[in-house]
Each structure stands twice: as structure tokens, then as C-alpha cells.
Design a binder for this molecule. Structure first.
Ligand code: ATP
Ligand code: MG
Ligand code: MG
Ligand code: MG
Length: 433
């Protein structure tokens, strides 16, 4: 009878049985009478053991001469193997080549990052990208689950737009039938319209910013989650944010233990970040803390990388920096009731030096004030008239936040550089492959 085809992730259910798996060869070692094949099939990793005493001579020769990345069907008996980091191995009885491989160009131990990312289409096959992108996948599903269970509607904001709410210096222009348009920097303004129609909404899609310097935290194309909630003031929004982040971290701990271990992420430390509430620190106090530690920063400027890194190493859990100076934040953020120089805003910072992962605020609800803010920031009133309409027809208190997916992955997976967290990163110097 036909041998059953399985996937490596299901190996536990087939211990002691003969099965067939479609795999690629990662590595090969051994000699003499035994060959060890390191195999992967996209769902996991496994060792195949080919013994000269158990297979015919042709099969053994074939195993000895296989080149890295050849695709194969292997047939054999699954054994539990406590010594292997993946738990199971196969005693191989048959090998069938599906696709030959040329001399494979990548060796992660030898090659530098630039080369690995030039070959990203192949580098995806290796263990580190595998683990990181599995965590990405889990987080994406967890994001949908959280919002669905919490009563949010998914409202898709457009990608091509004529608005530039986050500043005009980081825009990618698009020629839209002769009219100037841009790739979206955020779905935020559209989410506000959605909140007035559906109460609680989120947008989750690609966003674009022409970041002109290369850092470990910025991509030019990244995925943003924008949530917007009618009838909620800032404190309630912060509660949603911390509950959201704790939920996402817990999902990864529950479902990506193997991947976290592959990346060497400290799971206990990660688990400690599910404890709520997260501390709230005012921007004023954060500036004082920085000044007391030798930073030459004046009140009123946004934090740069060194400041964020310091703060993010000072705290031992995620924390909110609240009430930033009005001058460094977007026009729509709500005025503070007693101070004219700050807005009701918060950045959620991740510890261990990671820094900002969320930016959010309560939104101002006053038509005249927002109109003046647009004028002050030299934004075109015609392009924002629809947005101002939201304040003309039954305005209500509302708050929202934007989470960068790749920033979140970088923190949860413990990656040094954000380029590791997206399949094909786009940065100042990279558009290929
Ligand atoms: P930063 O200060 O790090 O430049 P920002 O304050 O400009 O970020 P926001 O406008 O607050 O970013 O956007 C919301 C979220 O989107 C950020 O908290 C971050 O998680 C993410 N984000 C912003 N810019 C980028 C980028 N270039 N690459 C990846 N994620 C980004
Ligand atoms: Mg920025
Ligand atoms: Mg910022
Ligand atoms: Mg921000």
C-alpha cells in the first residue's frame, strides 16, 4: 500500500511508523557506513539517518553525493530522539530526488549581512529567518484574534492617498493621473472616520516612509496596526494598548516556544512583560532622567535613538512616556486641559533598549482648533476637509494608537536589526530582491 505523506511538524504522531516526507537537504555529515542528512520541509527540521547496512548500495551512494538544497522525498521510520533539538529523526529507507541543486551560495556562518540580504530569497530557508518569520505569522494571527474578540471592526484604509499627516519630509510620491499623491504613512485619519461609523476599528496594512537615514529601527515599508476607539479617553486607550501587547506576547510564548529557543530569546523575561499595568512616565520626567544621566537634551525636542535606547534600558518592562510636547507631535493630538505646551499622547517603549513600538494619543475634537493646527503646519485645508467634517457631525471623545508590526517582532523575537523581521526588507539602501 501507499506510504503516507506527512509533514515534519506532525512527526510526533507517527513514531514507529514508515512515512514519506518532501524535504530539502540543509546539510550532510557522516562518513563510512552512515550519513546524517539535516532536513527541512518548511514546517520544521529533522535529521535523516541513512545506514549502509539498512539500504541498498545505490541509495547509500546517492545519499553520500547529495548536494545542499536538493529537494527529495525521503521514506523511512520515525523515531523519537531526545538528543536532537527537534525531538525526532527518520531512519531513511528510500530517497527520491525531486530537484537537483547547483552549488548553493549561502553559508550564514561565513557570510556577512549584506550578502545574506542580497540572497534573501534563499536566505529565507535558514533557521534564523524561519524562526523570526514564524513568530511574525503568529503575531499577525494574534492581532486579528485580539481585535475580533474585543469587538473591533477591520477597516482597510487606502494605500494611495493625498494626505500626509505625519510630516511631509518622509513621503513617497506617486503620480496619480497627473495629480500628486503619496503612499500612505499611516491609516490613522481614515480609522478616525471608521470609529465614528463603527465605534471601534483597526486598520492593518503596509505603510511607507522615506526614512533617509539607516537605523536598526526603521524600514521604508512596514506594516502598521492603527486602532481607533470612539468614546474612549486616553487612559482607556492605554489600558487597551497594554492588554493588547501582553496578549500578543503570551500568544508567542504559548505557540512559538521552539522558535524563541532557536533565537535564544529569554522566555522568562518575555513572560514578565505580560504583567500589567505598564508604568507611565511623563515626558517631563523622562527628560529630567536623561539630563541627570549626562544627556544634553532640552525640554521640547523628540527623543533620538540614543535617548530612547537609554530610557529603554533604564526600565525593566514596557512603559509609556506620556504627554509629549505639542511641537513634536501630529496636528490631530488633543490639547492638554491645563498646559498649552503638551498634548495627550503616549509612546509605548519596549525595554532592553528596543524603544518605541507604539505611538498614540487622544484626538482633539474641536473643529476650529484643528483647522488652525492644519494652517500652522502648512497642510492643505482642501485635502483635510473630509477629516474636519468628523468634528462637524456629532464629534465624540476618541483615542487611538499605531503599532509597528516589525518593531513588535524585533522586540518579541529579540532581533538586533529590524530588517530580520520582514520577508523582503525595504530600507534606504535596499530595494532588491
Ligand atoms: P520613530 O520615532 O521611531 O521614527 P515615529 O514616532 O515616527 O517612530 P509614529 O508616527 O508614531 O512613528 O508611528 C507609529 C508606529 O509605527 C511607531 O511607534 C513604530 O512602531 C512604527 N514605525 C514608525 N516608523 C517606522 C519605520 N520607519 N519602520 C518601522 N516601523 C515604524
Ligand atoms: Mg519617525
Ligand atoms: Mg517617535
Ligand atoms: Mg511615534
Amino acid at each position: 500500500s501507499e506510504v503516507k505523506m506527512i509533514r515534519i511538524e506532525d512527526a510526533a504522531e507517527y513514531v514507529g511508523r514508515v512515512v514519506k516526507i518532501g524535504v530539502w537537504l540543509r546539510q550532510k555529515r557522516g562518513g563510512g557506513k552512515i550519513a546524517f542528512l539535516q532536513l527541512r520541509d518548511g514546517t520544521g527540521f529533522m535529521q535523516g539517518v541513512v545506514s549502509a547496512t539498512d539500504v541498498d548500495e545505490a541509495t547509500f551512494k546517492l545519499a553520500e553525493h547529495l548536494k545542499q538544497e536538493t529537494s527529495l522525498y525521503v521514506t523511512g521510520t520515525i523515531h523519537a530522539d531526545s538528543r536532537s533539538e527537534f525531538g525526532y529523526e527518520m531512519a531513511v529507507s528510500e530517497i527520491e530526488i525531486v530537484g537537483e541543486s547547483e552549488n548553493y551560495p549561502i553559508s550564514p556562518k561565513e557570510h556577512g549581512t549584506d550578502f545574506l540580504f542580497d540572497e534573501r530569497h534563499l536566505y529565507l530557508r535558514h533557521q534564523k529567518p524561519y524562526a523570526t518569520l514564524k513568530i511574525r505569522d503568529e503575531l499577525i494571527r494574534a492581532i486579528y484574534d485580539f481585535f475580533h474578540e474585543d469587538g473591533f471592526l477591520k477597516l482597510d484604509a487606502p494605500i494611495i492617498t493625498d494626505s500626509a499627516p505625519e510630516g511631509t519630509t518622509e513621503l513617497f510620491p506617486v503620480d496619480y493621473f497627473g495629480k500628486e499623491a503619496y503612499l500612505s504613512q499611516t491609516g490613522q485619519l481614515y480609522a478616525e472616520a471608521g470609529a465614528m461609523a463603527f465605534g471601534k476599528v483597526y486598520d492593518f496594512g503596509p505603510t511607507f516612509r522615506a526614512e533617509k537615514s539607516s537605523t536598526r529601527r526603521h524600514l521604508t515599508e512596514f506594516w502598521m496596526i492603527d486602532a481607533e476607539m470612539a468614546w474612549m479617553h486616553q487612559e482607556q486607550s492605554l489600558e487597551v494598548q497594554e492588554r493588547f501587547i501582553a496578549y500578543l506576547i503570551q500568544r508567542v510564548i504559548d505557540n512559538c516556544r521552539v522558535e524563541l529557543k532557536m533565537l535564544g530569546r529569554d522566555i522568562e523575561k518575555l513572560a514578565s512583560y505580560t504583567k500589567l499595568p505598564y508604568p507611565r512616565v511623563s515626558y517631563d520626567d523622562a527628560v529630567k532622567l536623561l539630563q541627570d544621566n549626562g544627556f544634553k537634551i532640552d525640554w521640547g525636542v523628540d527623543f533620538g535613538s540614543p535617548e530612547e535606547t537609554f530610557l529603554a534600558n533604564h526600565f525593566t518592562s514596557p512603559f509609556f512616556v506620556v504627554n509629549f510636547p505639542k511641537a513634536v507631535k501630529a496636528f490631530y493630538m488633543k490639547r492638554h486641559p491645563t498646559r498649552d505646551d503638551v498634548v495627550i499622547s503616549a509612546d509605548l517603549m519596549a525595554p532592553e533598549g528596543y524603544g518605541e513600538i507604539i505611538g498614540g494619543s487622544e484626538r482633539d475634537t474641536d473643529y476650529d482648533y484643528l483647522k488652525q493646527r492644519l494652517i500652522d503646519q502648512h497642510l492643505d485645508l482642501n485635502e483635510y476637509s473630509w477629516y474636519l467634517d468628523l468634528r462637524k457631525y456629532g464629534t465624540v471623545p476618541h483615542s487611538g494608537f499605531g503599532l509597528g508590526l516589525e518593531r513588535l517582532i524585533r522586540f518579541v523575537a529579540g532581533e538586533d536589526h529590524i530588517r530580520e523581521t520582514i520577508p523582503f526588507p525595504r530600507t534606504l539602501n535596499r530595494l532588491h530582491p
